[in-house]
Design a protein around this ligand. Structure first.
Ligand code: FES
Length: 345
């Protein structure tokens, strides 16, 4: 393996192997074609470009392997039901074969462990939310971390408990873990009171929670009611859902609303943008396709260059300071605050 660090761009990820993890769930092992090393923190994701029939589509997938795994990263991906995603998991399951390459962007995302934890952890996941927890568990195993961890995982049925044997093995090896494997009862999930009963010390732990939004809201509610500080609760809202404002009927600026003109180069197309409308949605109204993946300012896929004007950008780490200094912005989380001229990158 080379000593250079993988930066995406012209260096695609090559599929090394595909294996079945569980019914409807596959693990895709990917490695930079150049042999460069992938550097990331446990819990982060990569953004890959999928050659879907509708056109190239960028999608984010959490890395399930340990940052210390040599040579390749693993993406464990559940095949989503038709109509429940923007597309992508079906293509991966049906078409991605060893030897094929995908363009990709380097790992990113704030939902991760940046350093060995000193505070006891509570890891809570549901369904495919197990993937960042697998990366965290594997990394804590690799560094022999003895900090106490309570892992709670929920799935529809026991066959869907992802990584159960491996995580129970890690728990036994480290000796400081407790695991709870749960099933939903008749489609219902534990509420805040049930979580509080299950993890009575949750206010004293750093919490990582990943799963459907209603599930995460219940855990967050339990944590807040127990007196846990908000900064000790992290959630991964990363799910393969359409960005609502991009699938809703376009809503142009009404006469009563104050809008700023936004011009996209090189096409020169112009429209007025509402103050609460992302520039990604404005571009969509004009029929200008800006690539996007997370829709939350995390992955960095939707970068465009601001040639003039003022914007408000509320990103979550998807853009670097030097990129901002170079005039780049993230269209999915930026809003016009004056007349704008933007350029596609
Ligand atoms: S789509 Fe991910 S940062 Fe905009």
């Amino acid at each position: 393996m080379s000593d250079s660090v993988w930066r995406g761009g012209d260096d695609p990820l090559r599929c090394v192997s595909v294996s079945v993890q569980a019914p409807g769930v596959k693990t895709f092992r990917l490695a930079p074609a150049s042999g460069a090393r992938v550097i990331f923190h446990a819990g982060q994701f990569v953004t890959v470009e999928l050659p879907l029939a509708a056109g190239p589509t960028w999608r984010c997938f959490t890395i399930a392997s340990s940052p210390l795994q040599e040579g390749a990263i693993d993406l464990t991906i559940k095949r989503q039901a038709e109509g429940s995603e923007r597309g992508g998991t079906a293509w991966l399951h049906d078409s991605l074969q060893p030897g094929m390459t995908l363009r990709a962007k380097p790992p990113a995302g704030p939902f991760c462990l940046m350093a060995p934890p000193e505070t006891p952890l509570l890891l809570v996941s549901a369904g495919s939310g197990a993937t960042p927890m697998a990366a965290i568990a594997r990394w804590l195993r690799d560094i022999d971390c003895k900090t106490p961890v309570h892992y709670v995982h929920l799935a529809r049925q026991a066959e869907d408990w992802l990584f159960r044997d491996e995580i129970d093995g890690i728990a036994a090896a480290l000796g400081t873990w407790k695991t709870d494997w749960l099933t939903t009862v008749a489609g219902s999930r534990p509420d805040a009171a049930a979580f509080a009963a299950m993890a009575p010390d949750l206010a004293t732990r750093e919490v990582f929670c990943c799963g459907p939004s209603g599930f995460m809201a219940a855990v967050e509610d339990a944590h807040a009611k127990a007196g846990g500080p908000a900064q000790a609760f992290r959630k991964e809202a990363f799910v393969a859902i359409p960005i609502p404002e991009l699938v809703a009927e376009p809503k142009p600026v009404s006469a009563s609303e104050e809008g700023f003109s936004v011009t996209f180069q090189p096409s020169g197309k112009t429209t007025a943008a509402r103050p609460d409308e992302t520039l990604l949605a404005v571009a969509g109204r004009l029929g200008i396709a800006i690539s996007y993946a997370c829709g939350e300012g995390i992955c960095g896929t939707c970068r465009v260059r601001k040639l003039s004007g003022e914007i408000e950008m509320n990103h979550m780490g998807g853009i670097e300071d030097d990129e901002v200094e170079a005039g780049e912005i993230l269209a999915c989380c930026s809003y016009a605050r004056s007349p704008l001229v933007l350029e596609m990158i």
